[in-house]
Design a binder for this molecule. Sequence first.
Ligand SMILES: Nc1ncnc2c1ncn2[C@@H]1O[C@H](COP(=O)(O)OP(=O)(O)OP(=O)(O)O)[C@@H](O)[C@H]1O
Ligand SMILES: [Mg+2]
Length: 569
Amino acid sequence: MVYAARHKGLYLIAFLMLFGGIALDAVIPSFVRKLVDDVMIGQKTGELMTLLLSMLGCFVLRGVTDYLQEFSSDKVGWKVAEDARVDLFEHIEGEDQTFFRENTPGELMSRVKRDTESVGTTFGFIGIFMIQIIIHVIVMLACLARLSLPMALVCIVLMPFIAVLGYKGEKKGDALYGDISEETATMNKTAGEAISGIRTVKAFNKEEHEKKRFEKRNKHFFDLSVRLEWMFGNCDAGVSFLGRAMLFLSILAGGLLVISKKMSLGTLASSVEYVNNLVWPMMEIGWILNEISSAMASSKKIDNIFKRKSRLTEGTIDSVADDELVFSHVGLNLEDTMILDDISFTVSSGKTLGIMGATGSGKSTITNLALRFLDPTSGTILLGGRPSTDYTFHALRSAFSIVTQDIFLFSDTAMNNIKIGNPDMSDQIAMHAAASAKADGFITHLEEGYSTVIGEKGVGLSGGQKQRLCIARALAKNAPILILDDSTSALDMETEREIQHELHALEHKQSTIIVAHRISAVRRADEIIYLDRGRIVERGTHQSLMAMHGRYYETFVAQYSKEDADGSK
Ligand SMILES: Nc1ncnc2c1ncn2[C@@H]1O[C@H](COP(=O)(O)OP(=O)(O)OP(=O)(O)O)[C@@H](O)[C@H]1O
Ligand SMILES: [Mg+2]
């Protein structure tokens, strides 16, 4: 509604044209009556030219009103969809992480593209067309009733049947369309899985199995499409039959009046014109009602996204003065599951915190909370002595350089991928970061060096190469707090050692949080916390944890040996 209100000018044009069109539709049949009664029967041939020219003028004007009405109403529709799409996209961008776990990218893309379009056309073309049909039917019926009440009565009786049949057909068709679009998605997924997992398919001799799976989906798709055509065929035939029956019966009623001299032939001819003007709206009404009901469903889905309560709100402070990060009794309880419980630690300026723990123990969630990808359900997170919620997202996230566990690279050049945090960065700084992350070696060997396009559409990189590029990207951003979430796991021992050496040189300049499974990655940290199912079970320095003979010690023994462990203490 809000979006539609912005386009009053376009609505005004559309409605002016709509009324103009209807007025012309009401006038044109009276020329037909004059043509038949006065010129043909009354032999007033002198009026022929004026009548023909007037009719021609009306037809041209009718074309113009149709064109302008359609153009302006379509434009409103696209504008509403455009505005809603931008707002929805912006809103989705601001959602927390839980939202993205609940909604798949495919679903969200469908909301942003298809549902906004559906709502847009309803506020535009469909909505205006609906209003046009209602007024048009009333005016045409009134004109017809003025000329011939019996003919109007025939129409009034038959019109609802045509509309209901059309609506039912459309409704069934819509349900089938839904099945077909779901089947299309399943078919694409089946084929997509087999193609992207082709090596696994071949290695397990599953080609025939995959072919059969695809054949089954394809057959189902064919059956649904045939059913849809069959159903539409039946419905169209029914609607068209009833439309013609309405025309036939009204001509019959009018014909009887002409025979009994109660009506002139010209009046019959113009009445037939009015009946014709009543047939097409009935044929369209089913389609329109369906479009409106599916737009209402779309609008509900969009509204649900806009209404979501867990949306994060940002603060107003736009710069972070001090980089001390404090977690104070932080807990996260989602859907009655305790993901983190009573997590407290401090990372003072220039210090390093190591986080270890089994998979699923909540390590990445801690990093997500620090950057406010979601908020804790209890406790507070302080940055520079203030709750992190006091800062704008921009200020808060500018304080962190993060290498996330899920590697993501844009389809862009290697250089631009490194500069992503600051496009104005000089090439030297980016290359220096790449060197520290041991990424320059392989980048310079790429066909076009730093200008090679990588990512989804570019050249394929190995897991370790991607990781190194992500580390380079984080180092180049050079924010006060560096977070590495399991970001050396895909590297060989030697490269990992080299990168750690580089990172060590950065220590004391940057605060660092290192999430890792390997002891070698965290052993130099000022404090190490060991998580188990969302709780800190051990904490201390490497030495003190080793002396504890607890979980950390056991991990060390598993990764090195008991002799090393006892020697290292
Ligand atoms: N937004 C969320 N909504 C619901 N559950 C979540 C959310 N974020 C994390 N979890 C759950 O919290 C638990 C901890 O996840 P997390 O990714 O922090 O583990 P991790 O310690 O980083 O594990 P790994 O070593 O495998 O990376 C998991 O069971 C995960 O499914
Ligand atoms: Mg993790």
